[in-house]
Write a protein that binds this ligand. Structure first.
Ligand code: HEM
Ligand code: HEM
Length: 170
């Protein structure tokens, strides 16, 4: 079955669970990223690190790695089971905007943790800069995505919002 199989019966339970797991993990990254920056700077300068910074820094590394795994698992599941069709009620431009937004979100959720891992385990500053650079585009895309989801619900009046909460809803 292709990645865009139109006859998929809603999102799978795994896909819905991973969507919300990734949301929670991104909130965790939002909260802990300043500690990670402190840990990174102190480690590179061989400066002393307090226990709180170290603990939250490692939360960042673990949560970020889990985002990578969850995103890859989500894409595999999407490839195996397809995704529900884009609603016929919405205009074509809106479906294309959604496709592009989703594609870029997936790309950043893969590239960003890989750049972070390369920066940290290789102590490579350029990878850290790429990692940092991707944060703002990710936030903008998430903002666009959430506005899109709310527009689906209240403007185009499709049932798309329900299907990301209830597996099997088309
Ligand atoms: C999608 C997952 C991830 C997100 C959303 C994320 C987010 C962030 C953010 C917002 C910053 C602060 C950037 C700044 O203001 O300077 C940061 C810094 C950093 N993160 Fe992540 N991170 C993720 C995964 C990872 C992973 C898996 C690692 C692996 C060790 C990692 C390592 C780092 C490092 C080393 C820095 C400091 C880079 C610098 O300041 O140049 N991150 N991350
Ligand atoms: C960190 C925040 C979020 C990220 C990274 C994210 C990412 C994604 C991705 C990658 C998809 C899959 C699209 C596909 O494979 O075709 C998706 C679907 C979806 N998301 Fe999110 N999402 C986030 C937050 C939210 C929030 C807060 C809402 C609700 C207000 C939401 C509503 C939806 C809906 C309704 C779908 C299904 C779209 C459809 O069936 O056509 N998302 N999300």
């Amino acid at each position: 079955m292709s990645a865009a199989a139109p006859h998929a019966k809603g999102w799978s339970t795994l896909s819905v669970a991973l969507h919300w797991t990734i949301v929670v993990l991104i909130v965790v990254q939002f909260i802990d990223h300043e500690w990670m920056v402190d840990l990174w700077r102190a480690t590179r300068r061989a400066a002393p690190i307090d226990a709180t910074t170290e603990a939250w820094g490692w939360v960042h590394i673990v949560a970020g790695s889990l985002i990578l795994i969850a995103t890859l698992a989500r894409l595999l599941d999407r490839y195996a089971h397809g995704r529900p069709p884009y609603p016929a009620e919405e205009p074509t431009w809106a479906s294309w905007l959604a496709r592009i937004t989703h594609g870029l979100i997936y790309a950043i959720l893969i590239l960003m943790p890989i750049a972070g891992l390369i920066a940290w385990f290789g102590m490579i500053g350029e990878a850290g800069e790429i990692h940092e650079f991707l944060w703002t585009p990710l936030l903008v895309l998430i903002g666009l995505h959430v506005i899109g989801a709310l527009a689906q619900q209240f403007w185009f009046k499709t049932g798309v919002l329900k299907r990301i909460f209830v597996p099997g809803t088309v």
